[in-house]
Design a protein around this ligand. Structure first.
Ligand SMILES: CC(C)(COP(=O)(O)OP(=O)(O)OC[C@H]1O[C@@H](n2cnc3c(N)ncnc32)[C@H](O)[C@@H]1OP(=O)(O)O)[C@@H](O)C(=O)NCCC(=O)NCCS
Length: 332
């Protein structure tokens, strides 16, 4: 490969825990209803991990699937990047847990924290290592188990989240107009991350063990209404910007894969941008918001369902805690 190099999507995988938690289950803890959750969010159910599952166990399974889809073995990987805000431990990283689980060579492995935008940040890292020829094959994972962080007395937040993992293998390609075309990443810590006006907050914690009942302060907290406004605005901007960019490049966006949180956020952005509704991947009714896993799970399901095929251009859009947000254009 002597010409210019890009990072191409070579395989995808995902893993969801077996335990299905319906909307009705939350009525055991807070004043809510299946009807409220369905109509205000679009979520019907989500998956929660069992006692022996973690971000690491789900991530290993998703990674095995991605490697199988890529037709590769673990020893062909040159690097692992895992986006998570619910690591099994602070050290070793979840990426090292994945490396050990897969039985890789002593390749670099690291975690990255950018909440629900984390997978896009992690893809960007893989893309950079490949384009600078420091790596040929990079495993990029998004894995989160927010169920270990929810406060079952806070109806504003607890109903939104689910657990899961998604993974992709990125590989170097010199095929022109192929692979990751552009990445846009943003963060605004002043607006969302710190201080009394924080919008989404998750205290430092590890999730190998379920939270002790007395540790209420360890829970995730969110100002849902303000985050909703932020999410709609960012999704409109990111989608419109990508549509404009594709217009200039003569590209058509075959599929938009947004971060899966709330159907009303997606609908508002589609209405404002005019992006065709039949070209959007939505699976949030089954899984809720799986944070860093949301985009790679949706990407995997879209690929397996044949919603995007080789040559198609796909737009990934995400937003979340930090605050962070970003988009990525990829030609398959
Ligand atoms: C959280 C969210 C679903 C709330 O929906 P909403 O339509 O904005 O609802 P509001 O916050 O305006 O609350 C409306 C009312 O519903 C109530 N309510 C909130 N959660 C409820 C629930 N689970 N069941 C029943 N009622 C609920 C509120 O208490 C409020 O009651 P009040 O008017 O008596 O005060 C929505 O704001 C959201 O999706 N936010 C973004 C979440 C997100 O993106 N998070 C992660 C970022 S990646």
């Amino acid at each position: 490969m002597n010409g210019s190099i890009a990072a191409a999507l070579r395989g995808t995988g995902s893993s969801l825990p077996g335990r299905v938690v319906t909307n009705d289950w939350f009525t055991n803890y807070v004043e809510t209803s299946d009807e409220w959750i369905r109509t205000r969010t679009g979520i019907r159910e989500r998956r929660f991990v069992g006692p022996n599952e973690t971000s690491g166990t789900l991530a290993i399974e998703a990674s095995r699937q991605a490697l199988a889809a890529a037709g590769m073995t673990p020893d062909e990987l040159d690097m692992i990047v895992c986006a998570t805000v619910t690591p099994d431990h602070m050290c070793p990283s979840t990426a090292c847990v994945i490396q050990a689980g897969l039985g890789c060579r002593p390749i670099p492995a690291m975690d990255l924290s950018a909440a629900c935008t984390g997978f896009l940040y992690a893809l960007s890292v893989g893309d950079q290592f490949i384009r600078t020829r420091s790596a040929k094959n990079v495993l990029v994972v998004g894995a989160d188990i927010l169920s270990r962080t929810i406060d079952l007395t806070d109806r504003n937040t607890c109903i939104l989240f689910g657990d899961g993992a998604g993974a992709v293998v990125l590989s170097a390609t010199d095929t022109p107009d192929h692979g990751i075309r552009s990445v846009k990443l943003f963060a605004d810590g002043a607006a969302g991350g710190v201080g009394a006006d924080r919008l989404i907050h998750l205290p430092a914690k590890v999730t190998l063990q379920p939270p002790a009942a007395e540790k209420q302060r360890d829970h995730i907290w969110m100002n849902g209404r303000e985050v909703f406004k932020f999410a709609v605005q960012r999704m409109i901007e990111l989608t419109q910007d990508a549509m404009d960019e594709c217009g200039r490049l003569g590209l058509e966006i075959k599929l938009l894969i947004p971060h899966q949180v709330n159907q009303r956020i997606i609908d508002a952005a589609l209405e404002r941008t005019g992006f065709p509704t039949d070209r959007v991947m939505v699976n949030l009714s089954n899984y809720g918001n799986t944070s860093g896993a949301s985009v790679p799970i949706a990407l995997d399901e879209a690929m397996r369902a044949g919603r995007a095929t080789p040559g198609d251009t796909v737009l990934l859009v995400a937003f979340g805690g930090g605050l962070t947000w970003g988009s990525l254009l990829l030609t398959l």
